[in-house]
Every structure is written in structure tokens, then in C-alpha cells.
Write a protein that binds this ligand. Structure first.
Ligand code: AMP
Length: 227
């Protein structure tokens, strides 16, 4: 797919419960608009794997499906946002998740003269999320997402995108942890929908359809927000 250049670097936020498709759609927006996907979940998993101090503190919290402390997550996000590639524009996937994180992001962006282009709420039914999450896995090589029922590789065991034959499943993608993650979403993250509505940057999209249909809807929203 050709990359479409936006007139100014976008700052997009994807809001939605676990399993809503934030990661999948962020990857598509990254490809289509040349933006950088910033997933705090990925950054935290990398910190856990690397055994950093932040990773050690985050590990048990993530395994329980609770939220990692604002201080840790904000510090990780701040560092990543300062990397030169982020100047192309970013898609925040899984951040902010609390009121304190949303306010910290406003401050961070103000410091660099940036502002939020759109906060897009991916609207789904909770009931479907457990099925979506329980069956999902990714290519170990390129991170392409798959699902036991909804999206299998064209050739069994071979990634469509990069040809790798290794796949991985997340440790926290099990029914018990998903229930905690959904609770955390509704208690602490869903109120941000009202927060961004108040800033006049909120967009909503029905995210119960097919991946490509939702991607088309999101692309339309992004282009509209950047006009
Ligand atoms: P995700 O990959 O976005 O589903 O995140 C996986 C886990 O990482 C979450 O269940 C949390 O434990 C932690 N996490 C990711 N992003 C955040 C965040 N912004 N604030 C707090 N915890 C987070």
C-alpha cells in the first residue's frame, strides 16, 4: 500500500477495551499514513523481557491484568516520544489509560507545541472480547496479528507478511486475566471518552465489523481530523 502523507504530523489516540483491535488498526494506520505506533503494552513487555527496573515492577501487575503505575508508564512513553522517528506523527495504542496519564500527555504535547488530532473510541461489545483475545497470536518475526478463528495465515504455520514460522501468544491473553483487564478498562480508561469529548477531539467508530472495513472507517476519520 502507498503511504499517504498528512499535512501535519498527527497525534492519534486509540481508545477501547482489550481485544477491540487497537493494535491491529494501529499497524494499518502506521502503514497507510507513515505514522509510528506507540504501544505502551509493547514497551512494557519489552521492559519485562529486558529485565529493567521498570519491567521488574510491571511484570506481576501485567500478569494480574491490572494497570501498571502511572509513573512507570508515563516515563516509558515520554522517553519513546522523544525518539526522532516520532516526529512523523504517532498513534498511541493503549495510552493514556487513566486520567493522570491523559493530563500528563497534554503537558508533554504542549511542551513540544503538539496537540491531539483525534482520540478515536473503538466501540465493541465486551462479550465478544474474551473470544477475540483468547484466540489471538502474533508472528514472532514481524508482529503481524492472527486469530485461531478470524484470521489464520494463508499457508498454515507461515506468516503471510514475512514468511516466519514462529508465532507467540501473550501470557495475559487468558480468560481470567481478560476479565480483570476489562474491569480496569471500564473503571479507569472509559472515562477518558468524556475527557476527550470535552476537548472536542473525540471520534467514535463501531469496531465490531471486519478488520478492513474498520480500517477504512478509521482512515476516513484520520483524514477528516487532519483537514
Ligand atoms: P496492552 O498490550 O495494551 O493490552 O497492555 C498489556 C498490559 O500492560 C495491561 O493489561 C497493563 O497491565 C499494562 N499497560 C499497558 N499500557 C498501560 C498503560 N497505559 N497504563 C497502565 N498499564 C498499562
Amino acid at each position: 500500500m502507498d503511504t499517504e502523507v498528512l499535512s501535519t504530523p498527527a497525534v492519534l489516540i486509540l481508545l477501547g477495551p482489550p481485544g477491540a483491535g487497537k493494535g491491529t488498526q494501529a499497524r494499518k494506520l502506521e502503514e497507510q499514513f507513515g505514522l509510528v505506533q506507540l504501544s505502551t503494552g509493547d514497551l512494557l513487555r519489552a521492559a519485562v523481557a529486558a529485565g529493567t527496573e521498570a519491567g521488574k515492577q510491571a511484570k506481576a501487575v501485567m500478569e494480574a491484568g491490572d494497570l501498571v503505575s502511572d509513573d512507570i508508564v508515563i516515563a516509558i512513553l515520554r522517553d519513546r516520544l522523544a525518539d526522532p522517528d516520532c516526529a512523523r506523527g504517532v498513534i498511541l495504542d493503549g495510552f493514556p489509560r487513566t486520567d493522570a496519564q491523559a493530563r500528563a500527555l497534554d503537558v508533554l504535547l504542549a511542551e513540544t507545541g503538539q496537540k491531539i488530532s483525534a482520540a478515536i473510541s473503538l466501540e465493541v461489545n465486551d462479550d465478544a472480547m474474551v473470544t477475540r483475545i483468547s484466540g489471538r497470536y502474533t508472528c514472532a518475526g514481524c508482529g503481524e496479528g492472527y486469530h485461531d478463528t478470524f484470521k489464520t495465515p494463508q499457508t498454515k504455520g507461515v506468516c503471510d507478511n514475512c514468511g516466519d514460522t514462529e508465532f507467540k501468544r501473550r501470557a495475559d491473553d487468558n480468560a481470567a486475566t481478560v476479565a480483570s483487564r476489562l474491569r480496569a478498562y471500564h473503571a479507569q480508561t472509559a472515562p477518558l471518552i468524556t475527557y476527550y469529548d470535552g476537548q472536542d477531539v473525540l471520534e467514535r467508530i463501531n469496531a465490531m465489523g471486519g478488520i478492513d472495513e474498520i480500517a477504512r472507517g478509521l482512515a476516513t476519520i484520520v483524514k477528516g481530523a487532519m483537514r
